[in-house]
Design a protein around this ligand. Sequence first.
Ligand SMILES: [Zn+2]
Length: 618
Amino acid sequence: MHKNVIRSLLSVVLVLPHIVIAAETEADRWNLQDLYVSSAEWDKDALKLQTQLKEISTCNGHLGDSVQRFKSCMDLSTDTMKRYARLASYASQFHDQDTGATAGLDLNQRSDILGSKLEEATSFFRPEILSLGQNKVKAYLSKDKSLAIYAHPLEDILRGASHTLDKKGEELVATFGMATNTASAVYSTLANSDMPWPKVKLSDGQEVTIDQSAYTKYRSSNNRADRKLVFDAFWGKWKEFERTYGVTFYEMLKKDAVYAKVKNYPDSLTQALDANKLPRAVYDTLIEQTQANLPTLHRYFKLRAKMLGLQDMGYQDIYPPLVSSSLKFPLAMGTELMLASVKPLGDDYVKAMTKATTERWMDVYPRPKKRSGAYMNGVAYDVHPYLLLNHNDDYESVSTLAHEWGHAMHSYLANKNQPFVTADYPIFTAEIASTTNEVFLLDHMLKIAKTDDERLLYLGSALENLRGTYFRQAMFADFERTVHAQVDKGESLTGEALTKIYGDILKRYHGDKDGVVKINDLYATEWAYIPHFYNRFYVFQYATSIAAGSMFADEILKGKPGAKDKYLNILKAGGSVYPYELVKSAGVDMATPAPYLAVFARMNKIMDEIEAIQSKRK
Ligand SMILES: [Zn+2]
């Protein structure tokens, strides 16, 4: 229960479109008054939290006094965390709706300070529960049945006993923790602020500075020469700093190796997976299956080359959309399509979602200074989830809508069926809820599509998604496993060596040797640019989720008996069960090939359909 109070925002990165949207109305904005009717009410609740933090300090050293004391302290800390989650939700959303406003910035900073204070004030729980030990905690649980809601979180703490040092050791580790953030801090400062980005002149005469956001915009340009120009300039710049990024990344890898060692883990991957009790076989099976099924990815690239009319596809050709379309999907229409698509999940789900879409949970349209991208925030346990979108009426916006509402319904169901302490769910299951709904959307769109052009748009979008969310993330996971293992063993790594390792993996995944996608060596500095690598062994969960989601959606759509209810039980379980076991209990074992094979089958089926349309046209 003492992991991060605020679950990470479940977001997808979108490029902000330059489209003029019809004037928004109040109904298109989220209603933050559901959280606090005014800033003054927020202040009042923040004050209450401060008082509770003082009370919590009296629990320090007294959890073992009696079962009554234990329970009152657990209840108090839980209530404080719940209060903080609501305060933080309000503050971050208040800020995100207008990042230029000082009031939001101020509120957000105050919320961050409260968060640190809360963390500090409750930091004794974990070591103290560990020192109470298994037997005493078990005795408490059997003495007072109302403690049952804490059984799983307590077990989660107790299972860490063999990786916990004595008091002095833990204090030392915690103290050093304040000094081990240098690598990612330097990375982020250099990558986001200090890089001297290059300028290029595009084919239309426009001169642009190729910074990170310009890169994401122009890499999907329809003009091939422009794409090459942008790639050469952008990756050339990273190449100039290869040595420096090599140093920051190597330092980060070393830090992880050291933490694994002092905490008694065989290596950093095992330690990272243990945070959610995920078996090593999940990670290894993902990579093994992906490597064995690269021909599916290569088939996709060959199809892409054909659709874009390219003879010699290069890495700079992977971003332009497969199918361009002028079809418009205003929010009301998108919502209607999404609601129709989730019918396979049953009446209760549809009814709850239908009602929720009318209750101002969403901030829908782009505005100047509004935060970009899309996310769902479901931490306000007693209130409801919130969704930030930047809807621009294209099909991708509908797909994002379905994705984020998949998250929102997950939080809604978990919050409704679990007490606060076990409602929060880890990323391993989070992305299952969103990707399953994306599959439902595609299935529905294909059923109602009137023309082949329309069908191609939906199929193309789903295919792009599978490349980016499954194969690309699995490739990153492969790279992470390789470089962490090297440093765990005590070997050194330079920027040049990292480029070589990344380049080899990149070429293998893209079929460079067979001429599927030619990889220019300059572009192999991409590793230096991926911010997720500073959050070790995280991205593989996008790939595992989409694999699980594909399998669940397939089974539900086929009408396999019990499949729907088993799936819904995952959502309702929130964080009350370890995620691997939870998913397995619904019939999908992520340590076996089956779910990965489902994702390849899905991708091949989509390509079959595209090719069938194409051959009809000849
Ligand atoms: Zn998501």
